[in-house]
Design a protein around this ligand. Structure first.
Ligand code: ADP
Ligand code: GLC
Length: 491
């Protein structure tokens, strides 16, 4: 099968969160299953062309509405030596320091930038005569791909039989913009109604994708149920319920070629479940790097996260001062985003010298070190479509402390104090108290039942979330989408 994944993020080139990891891992795994999977993403100016071996392979004329034409450059490289990746070069849209935001917040022309990326993806396929059976869109940035396939390329196009799949990674970001972008998108006003692109007088890109894709997925089975409910659907539940027959929840995999402590080149020491000496060494390096007292007897809690409401920072900000007062532990934090949360962690670090270490920014190497050097991984998300950080934590023998929601609930098995079974610590209520109590439960287990910590660690490290199984499920979804498309063409 020929599959084109269209995305705004792809690790290691451009990544803000798990979307970048997911697209890279899925494409790699599809190729291992024998499919011709390729990726297209913007050539952001911060992407290191030399380091990643990008070379120019052509230029394409992208036609938008109102007879607007953009000439874009196309660059190519191989990701991890196996996946062809195409980069769309268009300086005035992508020659910026951020992906979605700059110093002044969200780029106001994001709808234009990603509409053009989506349209470019179709043009590239046609010009290069590489006709995929599936175009796989990811979140709002590429959610117009299904729309274009059913409008601009509905008939008399080499892509008229190409089916589309939309994966919803984060329903909290829908890409809602003023309707003035409609002429640029270039579909007629007939599509500006609630069953298509319109959302309370605006354009909702994710909604458009939901209404036009041949199949829809989200990134865990539990989250697929959650988004069908009014609260979890964040306004999309009615439209997702209309598409219920074409909706699947497929758990993300982890790319263990990048995230395994036995081989991870970013760690100061490697380790396995059978020999955890390297983990202790990573803990010492982590403590030194972030200015913590070098104490092997104290548990280290780690956080690696975008600072977004989704991730439960309201709970953390309330629970942490009391927890630091009443419990024995250290805390390391890596993240950025919300300014208030950044300032909070600056303050927490200043007021808890030697006990709290914070790095406010994006740092891939440090993210690996925290996964390895911590004892517990904190992820009290209010909602979590899948979550990759906790999946990595499991493999690194760092026990996740999570709220039982979405993919967190699907991937972490709660500790059973009677038997010592489980892989982490879970709570249900989205309250600071529940988080505080669960941190206390973990800390008391650390001091009172160390044999259980050792057992939980072994169980966590033995979990296997490799991509193969999930990629096979995507192939099934692709086949479903092709059937849906065929039925539409006949109808
Ligand atoms: P989300 O996609 O919602 O951010 P995930 O858990 O799926 O959550 O994925 C987060 C990914 O982003 C992980 O690979 C994590 O290591 C990475 N990450 C998040 N914040 C940072 C940061 N400040 N520096 C480096 N990596 C980060
Ligand atoms: C999103 C979600 C996260 C998921 C990631 C990759 O950003 O917040 O839960 O793991 O996408 O699918």
């Amino acid at each position: 099968m020929k599959v084109l994944l269209i995305t705004s993020e792809c690790a290691p080139f451009a990544k803000v969160g798990g979307l970048g990891d997911m697209v890279a891992g899925l494409a790699k795994s599809l190729r291992q299953l024998g499919h011709d999977a390729r990726i297209v993403l913007p050539l952001y100016s911060f992407i290191d062309r030399k380091k990643f071996g990008l070379h120019i392979v052509g230029s394409h004329c992208v036609h938008m509405g109102g007879n607007i034409e953009h000439w874009v450059g196309l660059h190519e490289t191989q990701m991890d030596g196996s996946v062809p990746v195409w980069f769309v070069e268009y300086e005035s849209y992508f020659g910026r320091l951020g992906l979605y935001d700059g110093a002044q917040g969200h780029y106001t022309d994001n709808a234009y930038r990603y509409a053009m990326l989506s349209k470019a993806a179709l043009q590239i396929c046609k010009d290069r005569q590489w006709i995929p059976q599936i175009m796989h869109a990811h979140d709002w940035p590429s959610a117009l791909v299904p729309v274009f396939l059913k409008t601009w390329d509905r008939v008399l196009s080499p892509l008229s039989e190409t089916a589309s799949v939309l994966t919803i990674h984060n329903i909290g970001y829908q890409g809602v913009y003023p309707p003035d972008v409609l002429p640029y998108i270039g579909v007629s006003g007939d599509h500006f109604h609630p069953g298509a692109l319109e959302d309370h007088g605006k354009i909702n890109l994710l909604k458009a994708g939901i209404n036009y894709a041949d199949a829809i997925t989200t990134v865990s089975p539990t989250h697929a149920q959650e988004i069908l409910q009014p609260e979890g659907g964040m306004g999309m539940a009615p439209f997702l319920n209309n598409r219920r027959a074409d909706l699947a929840g497929i758990l993300n995999g982890a790319d263990y070629s990048h995230w395994d402590p036995a081989t991870d080149p970013l760690l100061p020491a490697q380790y396995t479940a059978g020999n955890l000496a390297g983990k202790a060494a990573c803990k010492t390096v982590l403590q030194a790097q972030l200015g913590l007292a070098e104490r092997s007897d104290l548990p280290v809690f780690g956080i690696v996260s975008r600072f977004a409401t989704q991730k439960g920072f309201t709970l953390l900000r309330e629970a942490l001062p009391a927890a630091l007062q009443q419990m024995q532990f250290q805390l390391v934090v890596l993240g950025n985003g919300d300014t208030d949360t950044e300032n909070y962690f600056r303050w927490l670090q200043q007021t808890n010298p030697g006990r709290v270490g914070a790095f406010l920014g994006f740092n891939n190497e440090l993210s690996h070190l925290i996964e390895a050097g911590s004892d517990f991984f904190l992820m009290p998300s209010l909602y979590e479509p899948c979550g990759l950080s906790q999946i990595y934590a499991l493999r690194y023998g760092t026990l996740p402390i999570v709220r039982a929601t979405g993919g967190l609930d699907d991937t972490v098995i709660n500790y059973n104090e009677a038997t010592g079974t489980g892989t982490g610590f879970k709570f249900i209520l989205p309250t600071a108290q529940a988080l505080f109590d669960t941190m206390g439960w973990a800390v008391s287990t650390w001091f009172d039942r160390p044999q259980h910590i050792a057992k939980l660690r072994q169980q966590a490290m033995a979990q296997n979330f490799s991509w193969e199984n999930s990629a096979t499920q995507y192939v099934q979804t692709y086949q479903h989408a092709i059937q849906v498309k065929r039925a539409t063409l006949k109808g």
